[in-house]
Design a protein around this ligand. Structure first.
Ligand code: FE2
Length: 288
């Protein structure tokens, strides 16, 4: 979907989604405490619509407004529902691949993709072989034989673009699609697990929290299960509904943010498409 189509879609459905959520939760607007919204990072055209609707609701309903960092929200809802205390977090989604942990003052990024997110790499490969979006679940189930593909880990960072380019090249040269896909998945997931394992070793933490849309992949979970049991770390994965993008994560993190620093002023509510999680001073609180 192009950014402008995405924005149009958001503005078309936003109010009916809010109404439906309130109806399902059986909460009148008078009982809302805070209006939370995703402030970034993300696609500007889509973020603007969310911020616009949130500001309007806050003014109309006279409620405090709280802008939330999207990756932070994945982590906080994940910690809440899996009862993680202080985990190493692996955030794997379309646009993101990051290994994160709390350093006592804020969430710090220990390693991340230097180019595209794992989910985007999967979708681009999927498109090449005619799979609909999202391609991950179908790619996950394909079985094949090993072929050599580029494995790129640089220190604690990863890169998927060379792996993707080479995989597409191999498919075009006539190598069996199943073999390329299976090997692509093996290489990509092994890279993520390697960096995550190193993060556990460096931090000496004993919990690993897997969040983001790609956390639903059984293949990735299996690899993490093996690594975590070898390291005697506990693997924690929220349900798919709360791993992938969801409204509850934004709402919960808005509550935490309100407790920590109060509301945002309307003048300070503009979107931040490049907002990194490590720019935010954030205590590790275990609110239940
Ligand atoms: Fe996300």
């Amino acid at each position: 979907m192009k950014p402008n189509d995405l924005a149009e879609h958001h503005s078309n459905v936003a109010l009916s989604v809010v109404k439906e959520a309130l109806k399902e939760a059986n909460i009148p607007t008078s009982e809302l405490s805070i209006i939370g919204y995703s402030r970034g990072p993300g696609i500007g055209q889509a973020l603007v619509i969310g911020a616009f609707i949130a500001r309007n609701l806050a003014i109309r309903l006279k409620k405090p407004l709280v802008g939330v960092n999207h990756p932070l929200a994945h982590i906080e809802i994940g910690r809440k529902v899996t009862l993680s205390q202080d985990p190493v977090i692996v955030y794997v989604s379309g646009g993101n691949t990051q290994v994160i942990t709390h350093n006592g003052r804020k969430y710090a990024v220990l390693g991340e993709t230097l180019d595209i997110g794992i989910g985007n790499a999967q979708d681009k490969l999927g498109r090449e072989i005619g799979l609909p979006f999202p391609a991950g679940p179908k790619l996950d189930r394909m079985e094949g034989r090993w072929i050599d593909l580029p494995y790129t880990v640089k220190g604690m960072d990863l890169s998927f673009s060379g792996l993707l380019t080479e995989s597409i090249k191999r498919i075009k040269s006539g190598i069996k699609v199943e073999d390329v896909v299976w090997s692509f998945m093996e290489v990509a997931f092994s890279m993520i697990v390697e960096v995550s394992e190193r993060a556990l070793a460096l931090t000496n933490k004993k919990e690993l929290l897997l969040v983001g849309g790609v956390a639903a992949s059984p293949k990735l979970r299996d690899k993490f299960r093996v690594m975590c049991s070898e390291r005697r770390a506990e693997l924690k994965v929220p349900s798919p509904e709360l791993s992938r993008d969801n409204g509850a994560m934004i709402a919960w993190t808005a509550i935490l943010s309100y407790i920590i620093r109060g509301p945002d002023s309307l003048d300070n509510s503009s979107i931040k498409p490049q907002w990194r999680i490590d720019e935010i001073t954030w205590p590790l609180i275990n609110a239940r």
